[in-house]
Design a protein around this ligand. Structure first.
Ligand code: DX5
Ligand code: ZN
Length: 215
């Protein structure tokens, strides 16, 4: 089952609650929440109080993408603030296993993300324990960038690695997706698709329908 995860990074924050509801009503099952610390990535986005506040807006699966150094420090607070899935970057964690265990101990799903230049083998030691693998298809930090073509092969390699291990774990991809290229990551083996600007620029319901038509 393929899932669309609208990233609110590109939303209009003056009417955030309404826009979230619109994504849900249009059929998006996840809501993607990008947390940036200005250290792991050059930009700063939003964090705990915003998550806590928008949790009330919808009963979608809240998919929290932590682009922060040493994510272990904040796992508990993001869990308490309403995250359903907590995804952290392997490059940012000195002890990834500890982060996964902590997320699970709080009853949440654990995802691991890799940047475009990180080898997919980084997933390997942790695959069995992960609920989702996130292959970034842009350099993390900003919305509205172009999909990096060489990442398609990384999605294929990740799916192959999972298949060989007999796992059917979700593969999420994030960055540069629009209605014209959405089939590329899907055919490569991804099944959770993040889209920010392609959802929130223009008419949200129409955009969600257009994107989901090709899923
Ligand atoms: C980038 C973020 C993405 C971003 C995607 O660091 O992780 O979730 O919002 O934006 P688009 O879909 O516009 O590339
Ligand atoms: Zn993201």
């Amino acid at each position: 089952m393929n899932i669309l995860a609208p990233s609110i990074l590109s939303a209009d924050f003056t009417i955030l609650g309404e826009q979230i509801k619109e994504t849900k009503e249009a059929g998006a099952r996840y809501l993607h929440f990008d947390v940036m610390d200005g250290v792991f990535v050059p930009s700063i986005s939003f964090g705990l109080p915003v998550l806590k506040s928008i949790r009330k807006a919808s009963d979608q699966i809240y998919d929290v993408h932590l682009m922060i150094e040493e994510p272990i420090r904040y796992v508990e607070q993001f869990a308490e603030s309403g995250a359903d899935i907590i995804t952290f970057h392997v490059e940012a964690a000195s002890d990834p296993r500890e982060v996964i265990d902590k997320i699970h101990s709080l009853g949440k799903k654990a995802g691991m993300a890799i940047k475009p230049k990180t080898d997919v083998n980084a997933f390997k030691p942790y695959m069995e324990s992960l609920d989702m693998l996130l292959v970034m298809t842009v350099e993390p930090g900003f919305g509205g960038q172009k999909y990096i073509d060489y990442c398609t092969d990384k999605i294929k390699e990740t799916r192959k690695m999972l298949d060989m291990a007999g796992l059917s774990t979700d593969i999420e991809i994030d960055g540069g997706v629009n209605k014209d290229n959405i089939t590329i990551p899907l055919e490569a083996g991804a099944n959770v698709i993040v889209a920010g600007s392609a959802v929130f620029n223009g008419d949200i319901s129409e955009n969600v329908h257009e994107l989901m038509k090709n899923m």
